[in-house]
Design a protein around this ligand. Structure first.
Ligand code: ADP
Ligand code: MG
Length: 149
């Protein structure tokens, strides 16, 4: 699967494997940058990250960093951070946890629930919205910083 990035294009995701495959496909197209993952609980944000990391050769567990806030992955070719800001109550906590300094120690960052810290975060390079579609899911992707790639 190759994903083309037209604004407002909706990608249907009919099962878990499709969500992982979208992540895997994006992994081949985006090697560096800040990726926002939006959408309600259970929409598939962590599933997409799992597919992305698997495609980069990581075969360990990929769990939601809901309680730890951040999960680091050191792969051969790239240092990755996976944030989940669900439990952030106030965007100013972003500074308290030193998130911006963290971002600089890695080349690729995933942020679930970016809206919890939005005003305190840099603009994303890739913005992914996942939604429920009955029992299925759908994704909308926009590329914000296309020059970077
Ligand atoms: N395209 C899909 N269709 C149906 N179920 C899906 C799809 N993608 C993922 N799922 C399921 O939905 C749940 C999503 O969980 P998770 O990825 O942790 O969501 P989030 O991180 O958005 O809270 C998982 O149980 C997963 O198996
Ligand atoms: Mg999650």
């Amino acid at each position: 699967m190759t994903v083309t990035f037209e604004k407002k294009r909706v990608l249907p995701l009919s099962n878990l494997e499709a969500t992982e495959a979208l992540g895997a496909s994006l992994a081949t197209q985006f090697r560096r940058g800040l990726v926002f993952l939006r959408g309600p609980l259970g929409a598939g944000k962590t599933t997409l990250v799992r597919g992305w990391l698997r495609a980069l050769g990581y075969d360990g567990p990929v769990k939601s960093p809901t309680f730890t806030l951040v999960e680091p992955y050191e792969l051969d070719s790239v240092q990755i951070l996976h944030f989940d800001l669900f439990r952030i109550a106030n965007p100013s906590e972003i500074e308290y946890i030193g998130m911006l300094e963290h971002l600089e120690t890695s080349q690729l960052q995933f942020v679930e629930w970016p809206e919890r810290g939005e005003s305190h975060l840099p603009d994303p390079d890739l913005d992914i919205q996942l939604e429920y579609d009955g029992p299925y899911r759908q994704a909308m992707i926009s590329v914000e910083n296309v020059d970077k790639y």
